[in-house]
Design a protein around this ligand. Structure first.
Ligand SMILES: [Zn+2]
Length: 253
C-alpha cells in the first residue's frame, strides 16, 4: 500500500491494517560519470516498495535529499544538514503516530544518513514510537559479498549493478572505463592512521570508490532480492514485536 496513492478514508483502513510503515530515505548526490544522482533514493524506494507489496506494509513517500555535503564539489549534488534530516523524519514519524501507527522502518539508501537516522530513531523511542534504521547493503552483506567480484564502494560494482536492474536507461556503461580508470581503491584518505579527508573529491577525482567494470543487471537483481527479503523478514518481526519489548528498559534498582 502506497500512502500517497490513497484517499484519506482509504488511508484510515490502510493504517489500521499495516502494523508497520516503511520510509525510504536516500540522497541526490554524484555517483560518478556513469550513474544518476538519484541512485540512492531510487534504490531505497525500489527495495521499500517491493517489501511493502510483499509484506502488506505501508509505503511512505521517499525522502530524496539527505546528508551529502561531502559530495558538494560535484555538480548537482544536493544536501541538508543532519539536524534537518533528523527533524524531518521525526516529523513524519510523529504524524504517523498521531494516526495510530507507531512502528516504522527507515529504509536507508545512503551511508551519510545513517548517524542522523539512528539518532532520530533513538529519540523517537523515548516517545513510544518505534523506528529502526534498515541499511540495505549491511542487512544483505553476506549475499552481496557472494554476488559480487569486486565489492561495494561508492558508484562501484554494487551500485552500478543495482541501478542497472532498477532503471537500465539511467546507466551509462560507455562511461565505465572513465570511472574505473580514476576510481579510488577505498573510502577516505588516512595519514598516520588519522582520517584527513572531509570531501569525496579529496580521494576520488571522478567520485567513484571501486570500479563498476564487472557490474551487471543480473548481479543487481540478486542483490536487490536479498535486500528485499531481509526487509520483509525484519518487517514481519517488527509487526509481531510487543511494544513492551521495544521500549527502553526501566532504570535498574
Ligand atoms: Zn550511493
Amino acid at each position: 500500500m502506497e500512502l500517497a496513492n490513497l484517499t484519506w478514508p482509504e488511508a484510515k483502513e490502510a493504517i489500521a491494517r499495516a502494523k508497520v510503515a516503511l520510509l525510504p530515505v536516500g540522497s541526490t548526490e554524484q555517483h560518478g560519470p556513469h550513474l544518476p544522482l538519484g541512485t540512492d533514493h531510487l534504490t531505497a524506494t525500489w527495495i521499500a516498495r517491493e517489501a511493502a507489496r510483499r509484506g502488506d506494509f505501508l509505503l511512505l513517500p521517499t525522502v530524496s535529499v539527505g546528508v551529502s555535503p561531502h559530495h558538494r564539489q560535484f555538480w548537482g549534488t544536493l544536501w541538508v544538514e543532519p539536524e534537518v534530516l533528523m527533524a524531518y523524519v521525526m516529523g513524519i514519524a510523529r504524524s504517523l503516530a498521531y494516526h495510530g501507527l507507531r512502528k516504522m522502518v527507515f529504509v536507508n539508501g545512503h551511508g551519510g544518513n545513517t548517524p542522523a537516522l539512528t539518532d532520530a530513531a533513538r529519540r523517537l523511542r523515548d516517545e513510544g514510537i518505534f523506528a529502526f534504521v534498515y541499511v540495505w547493503w549491511r542487512a544483505a552483506e553476506e549475499e552481496i559479498r557472494k554476488a559480487l567480484e569486486d565489492g561495494g564502494g561508492h558508484a562501484g560494482e554494487m551500485e552500478a549493478s543495482v541501478v542497472w536492474h532498477i532503471a537500465p536507461e539511467l546507466v551509462r556503461p560507455e562511461k565505465f572505463p572513465e570511472a574505473a580508470a580514476q576510481a579510488a581503491p577505498a573510502w577516505g584518505k588516512r595519514v598516520h592512521g588519522v582520517e584527513v579527508s572531509y570531501d569525496t573529491i579529496d580521494f576520488a577525482a571522478v567520485g567513484c570508490v571501486g570500479a563498476p567494470t564487472n557490474a551487471s543487471p543480473e548481479k543487481g537483481k540478486a542483490i536487490l532480492e536479498a535486500a528485499v527479503d531481509k526487509l520483509l523478514q525484519f518487517g514481519k518481526w517488527l509487526a509481531e514485536a510487543p511494544p513492551g519489548d521495544l521500549s527502553p528498559k526501566p532504570h535498574r534498582p
